[in-house]
Design a protein around this ligand. Structure first.
Ligand SMILES: [Zn+2]
Length: 414
């Protein structure tokens, strides 16, 4: 095989295109390898609109950046014809190695996308030697195209959650198909609350989805979400995810601990002892801290007990048993609660919990794993690190799609 054939193979060249020459520019650092591609002037070329084979009208020269050839940057130059189509007039013919309008070859773009799935965008752009702005444009093009082609016709159960690209900044709301194990993300939109639910409904309708056929929605306890869901997805049973119930009380425990620590010295190791899930995996220090909280009559101990009682509720083996345990929980914790303002966070959590009992109990009737929304947090974390250094929400949205959505043909070269 000649060098010429190796390059032609790497580009996926086929008639009428062939490699005419190559030149290594050693004046440049890194060196640049330039490949020249030509087509037979007498050949016919497809019209970009209808594909009809047409004669060339005139030619112009274009250059594309290609994959590095070992340590050399590699460029392809070709004279590309405009065709004269009887129906569409004079148009630039497409070339098989690049998409219209791009100054990169398809192989280059695919390599870039693979890198962006594996490392932060900024690092990937340095690695392949283009500006991050140009890299973003490639990623946005392919992700946008794949998202536009999503088919939501079979979606019957939806989960949603919100996250921020940084603490308290750039909120996005993410919707997942609860029946998809791998890459469940089907919609990502900036913001949180009511407008996001309406945006998802519109997206579904424009992607062959049918909101009235959604039978279940799993979400947190945000009143804005709940009101919008009742309106936009009238046939869906709403399940409050257990993960969010635990989060509600964990936050309350933490608030009580912080407030109490301002007035009274807490046993050391308290913080993680009360945040950990279950007593089984505590260190000795943490075990001692819990015992001291208990005997010392700390408010933090009371808050902790409330959170731990959730474990007992969750073990109920049916909706009815759960309802019974929940009633016990609300009475036991609520009535026994010290009226001291220190425990206000627990009182608030209990009120929220009591408001949503029906939706919480719904999880015992649901066939969908409650671990799904919790698992999303791992995805969010990776997306945040990939998009680090970028302030705008659009980049965060794009990365979440790239990592979490079912975009099977994002790498296909058309
Ligand atoms: Zn045409």
């Amino acid at each position: 095989m000649e060098a010429r054939d190796v390059f032609a193979l790497g580009l996926g060249l086929s008639a009428p295109w062939k490699l005419a020459g190559q030149r290594l520019d050693i004046e440049k650092r890194p060196n640049e390898l330039h490949l020249e591609v030509v087509a037979d002037r007498a050949a016919l070329f497809p019209c970009p609109e209808c594909g009809r084979a047409c004669k060339a009208h005139d030619f112009a020269s274009f250059t594309w950046q290609h994959l590095n050839f070992f340590q050399h940057h590699c460029f392809i130059t070709a004279r590309v014809p405009r065709v004269a189509c009887p129906d569409h007039g004079v148009k630039r013919a497409p070339v098989p190695w690049a998409r219209p309008g791009s100054r990169f070859t398809l192989l280059f773009e695919q390599a870039a996308l693979i890198l962006v799935r594996e490392m932060p965008v900024l690092a990937a752009s340095r690695f392949i030697g283009i500006t991050d702005k140009r890299l973003w444009r490639i990623v946005e093009h392919y992700v946008g195209r794949a998202v536009a082609a999503l088919d939501l016709g079979s979606v019957r159960a939806v989960g949603l959650d919100e996250t921020a690209s940084k603490r308290g900044h750039n909120y996005v709301t993410v919707f997942i198909d609860m029946d998809r194990r791998e890459r469940p993300v089907i919609f990502v939109t900036p913001g949180k609350g009511k407008a996001c639910v309406a945006a998802f409904r519109a997206f579904m309708l424009s992607h062959r989805g049918e909101p009235t056929r959604v039978a279940e929605v799993v979400c947190d306890m945000s009143p804005a979400f709940l009101a919008a869901l009742a309106q936009g997805f009238p046939n869906a049973a709403v399940t409050v995810d257990w993960f969010h119930v635990v989060q509600l009380f964990t936050t309350a425990v933490d608030q009580v601990r912080k407030a109490e620590a301002r007035g009274r010295k807490l046993p050391k190791a308290t913080r993680w002892a009360v945040l950990k899930a279950g007593e089984g995996n505590l260190t000795d220090d943490q075990r001692i801290a819990l015992a001291e909280l208990e005997t010392g009559g700390f408010a933090t101990a009371t808050a902790y007990r409330a959170k731990e009682m959730l474990r007992w509720i969750r073990k109920a083996d049916g909706g009815q048993a759960a309802r019974w345990r929940i009633t016990r929980f609300i009475n036991h914790i609520g009535l026994g609660l010290d009226p001291a303002p220190l425990l206000d966070p627990v009182r608030r959590a209990l009120r929220t919990f009591a408001t949503h009992v029906e939706r919480i109990v719904q999880r015992w009737a649901s066939s969908h794993s409650n671990a799904r929304l919790e698992a999303l947090n791992g995805l969010f974390q990776v997306a945040r690190s990939r998009a680090r250094g970028y302030r705008n929400t659009a980049t965060f949205v794009t990365i979440i799609y790239l990592l979490g959505a079912p975009l099977p043909d994002i790498l296909i070269s058309t």
